[in-house]
Design a protein around this ligand. Structure first.
Ligand code: ATP
Length: 290
């Protein structure tokens, strides 16, 4: 206790043996995550790392070593967090949630991209129910508050010819960031900046994976996203808006109508209705990020 006082923490005695820290940083640990865990299989093994390169890299390493389906890797800080197509994910210490789920599913490699949509709806629903904040989704996998990004998702796959070795789903959520670097300041925000709330990260982690489990069960039973379509489309910020599809070879604009049951964005142009796959494209609004 003396050491904590010397480190500048304010301490309040709550019994003759216990005390709690006032204004202490929200420090995560495997013990805490285990103690509040309500999921059935996600997090049956939790690996917590104070600092790591990237939770996706660690989850892939654990997968190669035989870690089981449902292993959850959580970090306090990432030194080289990544997004899709090699982009960087800004991951400052203790300000965010950085976590990756390892899956060993029985379905086919071509179904794997739909899991990004399953993860996106789970994060949006968890933010809506656990925090009562009106999260929306920018197709396929960005979660927004007030039209700015609070969460990115990176799904990576290891396959054989017609089977999946493992999938890792990385989720980065901006929790208590007060500001962002120049390049992303106009598109990024945090739960604290939008709501004024300092939330408990472990509880949000738990809420995300509880939601994921139930959507994942529905997805596996159906073999596609049909049970999730209506709700995902109701969260979709792009719905009925003009969008620019930044396809490196054929960029075009149209009106987004929702997603198909295999996860493509349905876009109506003046000539036709097109289905856009997420692989190589980014989506933007006509005038900006959405
Ligand atoms: P987009 O279509 O918006 O470019 P993406 O899905 O292709 O997103 P992601 O993998 O989700 O890309 O995220 C990487 C991008 O997100 C980066 O290029 C950067 O613009 C932005 N970014 C990086 N760190 C953060 C952060 N902490 N919060 C919000 N946005 C971030």
């Amino acid at each position: 206790m003396q050491k904590l006082k010397e480190e500048g923490y304010q301490i309040e005695a709550v019994s003759n043996k216990g005390y709690r820290l006032l204004d202490a940083p929200d420090i995560l640990s495997a013990e805490e995550l285990n103690s509040i865990r309500k999921t059935k299989w996600i997090g049956s093994s939790i690996v917590y790392l104070d600092v790591t390169d990237s939770t996706n890299i660690q989850a892939k390493r654990l997968a190669e070593e035989g870690a089981p389906h449902g292993t959850l890797v959580v970090a306090g800080r990432q030194q080289s967090g990544r997004g899709r197509r090699g982009k960087a994910w800004e991951s400052p210490a203790h300000d965010g949630i950085f976590m990756t789920l390892l899956l060993r599913p029985a379905f086919l490699p071509q179904q794997a991209s739909m899991l990004t949509i399953v993860a996106a709806i789970a994060v949006a629903k968890a933010v809506r129910t656990a925090l009562r904040l009106p999260a929306t989704v920018k197709w396929p996998n960005d979660i927004l508050l007030n039209e700015k990004k609070i969460c990115g998702i990176l799904t990576e796959l290891s396959t054989e010819i017609d089977s999946i070795n493992h999938i890792v789903i990385g989720v980065g959520i901006n929790v208590s960031n007060q500001c962002f670097p120049d390049g992303i300041a106009d598109i990024a925000t945090s739960i604290l900046l939008e709501s004024g709330k300092n939330i408990h990260r472990a509880s949000l982690i738990e809420a995300v994976w509880e939601q994921f489990e139930s959507y994942y069960d529905a997805f596996c039973a159906a073999g596609d996203l049909s049970p999730l379509l209506e709700e995902y489309n109701s969260f979709l910020i792009n719905r009925d808006r003009q969008v620019c599809i930044l396809d490196p070879s054929h960029p075009f604009t149209g009106t987004a109508k929702g997603i198909a049951r295999t996860g493509e964005l349905i876009v109506e142009t003046e000539e036709e209705t097109r289905l856009v796959s997420s692989g190589e494209v980014s989506v933007r609004g006509i005038y900006g990020y959405v």
